[in-house]
Design a protein around this ligand. Structure first.
Ligand code: HXC
Ligand code: NAP
Length: 290
């Protein structure tokens, strides 16, 4: 892993709660925030996973990490983890809404429950956390920072992950709405929209082997590769730190140019071999003369 971007202690004095902080990108963010001096509280449904992760991080950061099980769909669980975090570290002043559920499926194959389970985790879970922590921050005059992990199809939409697209679009609207409503109290809300960053959770459900055999993911990405976790954690660390104190209501894309490639009208011309361009140019110039 490349060295972190931010100075030592950039997150000193921050008590940051990360949902889904025990796996994948959430775990990588937890690791970097700890390194930058933050106290970190992690929560997700699987108590063992959380316990294991806390144990692992405690070796290097003994008094900076804690966590309990928390289902973000359940408002009482959210209140519980906030109280728990505060009992360990004092008032929480940063939240990363990272927990998510997702899988690829043609929409018509979904049951109503399959649709709602994703909306409940991604959209309702983020609303639950935002509401609970927002009430607390406003009551205690805490100028907290909220970071929501969305994805680029929050604005393009996407087939085959429709419940997730609907939910991430909602989370983006929430981010921008609260940035204005609570910004006047000094509470910042921002989002990161990652392209593909390999994690077990995402790869098992979105790019299973059978799909990987048929499609080359990196061909979709102008930079011709997937993301590396440190690239995302650097951005997340910056957005959670006071260095980004004037950034509010923003969504920052980190996808190597992926979504623009599929959006640009003529980007398919990538497929034209370079040796064909002389002929194409000649034909266009010829048309203009005739
Ligand atoms: C169709 C499916 C299905 C599938 C589950 N269901 N998998 N339907 N195709 N592949 C249906 C079930 O039949 C059930 O409906 C309903 O969905 C709920 O499923 P359960 O297994 O009972 O739910 P649960 O145990 O709560 O698991 C939730 C989950 C699971 C979302 C289905 O995948 C999960 O735990 N995910 C958490 C982690 C995760 O998804 N990480 C990836 C995030 S990546 P019925 O009607 O039968 O009850 C991400 C990246 C996006 O978001 C961008 C990438 C570039
Ligand atoms: P991941 O490892 O599967 O992370 C999802 C996390 O959410 C898990 O730790 C899971 O833990 C937790 N979670 C799921 N349901 C929950 C619930 N009801 N309550 C609390 N926690 C719950 O996948 P990831 O790739 O790191 O994804 C992290 C974030 O990045 C997500 O918001 C995802 O949409 C976003 N993202 C990822 C990519 C990518 O390429 N990886 C791209 C774009 C956006 P439990 O199972 O223990 O609950």
């Amino acid at each position: 892993m490349k060295a972190g971007m931010l100075k030592e202690n950039s997150l000193k004095g921050k008590n940051i709660l990360i949902t889904g902080g025990g796996t994948g990108l959430g775990k990588s963010m937890s690791a970097y925030f700890l390194k930058l001096g933050a106290n970190v509280i992690i929560g997700s449904r699987n108590a063992n996973k959380i316990k294991q992760c806390v144990k692992e991080f405690s070796i290097e950061f003994p008094n900076q990490i804690t966590g309990i099980s928390c289902d973000v769909r359940n408002y009482d669980d959210i209140k519980k983890i906030i109280d728990y975090g505060e009992s360990k570290f004092g008032l929480i002043n940063g939240v990363v809404n990272n927990a998510a559920g997702n899988f690829i499926s043609p929409t018509e194959r979904l049951s109503p429950n399959a649709f709602s389970v994703i909306i409940d985790i991604v959209l309702k879970g983020t609303c639950n956390m935002s509401l609970a922590i927002g009430k607390k921050w406003l009551k205690n005059d805490i100028k907290g920072t909220m970071l929501n992990i969305v994805t680029t199809y929050a604005w393009t939409g996407s087939g085959y992950v429709v419940p997730s697209a609907v939910s991430k679009a909602g989370v983006l609207a929430l981010t921008r709405s609260l940035a204005v409503e609570w910004g006047k109290k000094g509470i910042r809300s921002n989002a990161i929209a990652p392209g593909p960053f390999p994690t077990k959770g995402a790869w098992d459900r979105l790019f299973p082997k059978i799909i990987q055999e048929k499609f080359i993911l990196k061909d979709r990405i102008p930079l011709n590769r997937v993301g590396e976790h440190h690239e995302l954690t650097n951005l997340a660390g910056y957005l959670m730190s006071d260095y980004s104190s004037f950034i509010n209501g923003e969504v920052i894309t980190i996808d190597g140019g992926e979504w623009l490639k599929s959006g640009g009208e003529f980007n398919w011309l990538d497929k034209i071999p370079s040796e064909m361009w002389d002929g194409i140019e000649g034909s266009i110039r010829g048309e203009r003369k005739s």
